[in-house]
Design a protein around this ligand. Structure first.
Ligand code: HEC
Length: 122
C-alpha cells in the first residue's frame, strides 16, 4: 500500500471514530461521573454528588410534552444550567448545588445526542 493511501485510510478511520461517538458513549464519558446510570446502593447514596441519571431523565419526561421539547430543554440546560430554568426538583439544587455548565466540554450536537439517548433510554 502506498504511503498516501495509508494516510487517507488513517484519516478516514479517525474521522469515523469521532463522528461515531454514540449518545451512550458520550453520556458515560461526560455525565455518569456525577449522575449514576443505574440505581445507587444505600452506600453509594451517601456519596452521591448529583441525582441519578434515570431519575432526572424520567422526571423530565413527565414535565416535557414532546421528544423535541425534551431534547431542546436538556441540551440547553446542560450548556447553561440555572435555578430559574430548572424543571427537576429544586431540592436537588439545594442539596447538590447547580450543575456546572458543559460549555467547552461538549459541542451542541453532542449535547443533543446525549439528550436523545436519555429520552430513548429512560
Ligand atoms: C460535576 C457533576 C455533574 C456532571 C458532570 C453532570 N451533571 Fe447534570 N447535574 C448535576 C447536579 C448537581 C444537578 C442538580 C442541580 C441542577 O438541577 O442543576 C444536575 C442536574 C441535571 C439535570 C436536571 C435539569 C433540571 O431541570 O434541573 C439534567 C437534565 C442533567 N443534570 C443532565 C446532565 C447530563 C446530560 C450530563 C452530561 C453531559 C450531566 N448532567 C453532567 C451535576 C452534574
Amino acid at each position: 500500500m502506498s504511503l498516501k493511501r495509508c494516510i487517507i485510510l488513517a484519516a478516514a478511520a479517525i474521522s469515523w471514530a469521532f463522528a461515531g461517538s454514540s449518545g451512550e458513549d458520550l453520556m458515560t464519558k461526560h455525565c455518569t461521573s456525577c449522575h449514576m446510570a443505574s440505581n445507587p446502593t444505600a452506600e453509594k447514596v451517601k456519596h452521591m454528588v448529583a441525582p441519578p441519571m434515570w431519575g432526572v431523565a424520567r422526571h423530565l419526561k413527565k414535565s416535557l410534552k414532546s421528544k423535541e421539547e425534551y431534547i431542546d430543554f436538556v441540551s440547553r440546560y446542560i450548556m447553561n444550567p440555572s435555578k430559574e430554568r430548572s424543571l427537576f426538583n429544586k431540592e436537588a439544587i439545594e442539596r447538590f448545588g447547580l450543575m456546572p455548565s458543559m460549555k467547552g466540554t461538549i459541542s451542541e450536537d453532542e449535547a443533543k445526542k446525549i439528550a436523545e439517548y436519555l429520552y430513548n433510554t429512560y
